[in-house]
Design a protein around this ligand. Sequence first.
Ligand SMILES: *Cc1c(COP(=O)(O)O)cnc(C)c1O
Length: 459
Amino acid sequence: MNHDDLNLWSKRAADWASEYHASLRDRPVRAPLVPGAISSQLPPIPPETPEPIETIFADFDRIVPPGITHWQHPRFFAYFPANAAPASMLAEQLANAIAAQGMIWQTSPALTEIEQVMIQWLRQSLGLPEGFTGTIHDSATTATLSAVLTMREQALGFEGNHEGLSGAPVLRLYASAETHSSVDKAARVAGIGQNNLVKIPTDGSLSMKPGALAGAIAADRAAGFLPAGVILCAGGTSVGAFDKIGECIAVAHAAGLPVHVDAAWAGSAMIAPEFRALWAGIEAADSIVFNPHKWLGAQFDCAVQFLRNPTPQVKTLGLRPSYLETAGTEDIVNFNEWTVPLGRRFRALKLWFTLRAYGLEGLRDRIRNHVAWAEEACEALRALPGVRIVTEPRLSLFTFALGDDATTEALLNRINDDGRVYLTQTRHKGAYVIRVQVGQFDCTRDDVQMIAKVVAALM
Ligand SMILES: *Cc1c(COP(=O)(O)O)cnc(C)c1O
C-alpha cells in the first residue's frame, strides 16, 4: 500500500464511517460477549507476503463491527461515554496524516504552541483564574500519576529520583474511598505503596471529612511518616461524589501539602457557571485533571492537567539529555518535561476544532440537556414500583436498584442483552447498584427516555 492507495482508501473509510454512524441506533449498544469469537477468525501466524488492501478492508468490515461495543452509540449510558464529536474526528484525521511528534518545541512548534493556547482557552472556559498553565496527557491516569510523582519528589526534596526510595521515610497520600482507582494505581506505580494511600472517611454527602483529613495527617507525622499530598475528587466515577474542595485544600495547605483534584468526567460541566459551586475553592488547587475526551467531545485521548506552578512537576519529570536540547532558545516549553512519555501526539488539534465547531454555547447546551434529561430519567424510574433510587443525580449520574443484589444484577444482564441501552454497575455501601450516566454527545431526550421504558419492560 502506498500514498495513492491511502488517498483512495481513506475516502472509502470516510464513507464507511458515515454509514457506521448512521446505523448506530439500530445496533445493540454492547457487543455480545462470547470470548474467543473474534480472535478465532484471525490466523494465528502473521503474513509473510503482502495482501491486497481490498482483502484487509473486507475482513475488517466482516470481523470487527460484531465485536465492538459502540461507544458512539447515542444510547450508551455506561461508565462515562468517551465521546468523539465529528469535528474532533476530522482533526484526528489531519493529525494522523501529519503524524508528528511534539516532544520538544522544535520537533513541531505548532504542536506545542496550539497546546499552550488550548490550555488557556480551557482555563477560561472552566472559570479558573489566570496563572494556571498546564499540559495535555493521554489519560487522567497519567495526569494523576504525574501529580503523585511530583508530590513524592517534593516531599523528598527532589532526591527520590536519584536515590530511590529504599532509604527514604515512608511517604503517605490521602484521598477518600470515592476517588477513582487511578489514584490507587498512582500510589503503587510511584513506589509509595497502596497501604500508604490513606482513605479518609466521608460524610453523609460523600465528601471527605476535612477534620478527619487534618487528624490523619497529624497522626501520621506523630508516627514518623512523611505526608506527601492529598488527592481530591470532583465527580467520582462510582456515584459522582464531590469532596468539599475549598475546605479540604485549606486543611492540606495548612499542613504544607500539595493538592491534586480529579475532575475527569465532571470537570467539563464547569463550562456552565451554574455548576461551579460543586467545586467551590478549586482556584487554590495545585493540580487539576479533566478529560475533554469525556464530556467535551474531543475524542480519546485528551486529558488536560492544569498546574498552578509547573516547576515542581518539570523538576520531577524533566530530563534533558544533549540530544534533546534546542539550539538557541531557552524560554520555550518542551512538553515532554511535563509528562511521563517522551513522544507526544498532536492532541491539541482536536480541541481547537471541537471548541470552534460547537462553541462554548453549543457545548454548554449539551451538558445542560444531559443533566436535565438525567433528572427526568431518574423521576421516571422512581415512579416504577419496585425501583429504588440509591443515589440522587450528581450532574448527570445516578444509581438505582431493585429489591436485592441478585435481582438487580439479573435486571442489568437483561437490559444489556436487550441492547437498546447500555448501563453498567457499581457497588455503593456494599450493595450492587445500576449506574445511569447521561453524557453521550449525540444523545437526544428520546434516547434518554428509552432507559425507563426498557427497565419497565424488562423488570
Ligand atoms: C474516567 C475517569 C478516570 C480515568 O480516566 P482515564 O483518562 O481513562 O485514565 C479517572 N477519574 C475519574 C473520576 C474518571 O471518571
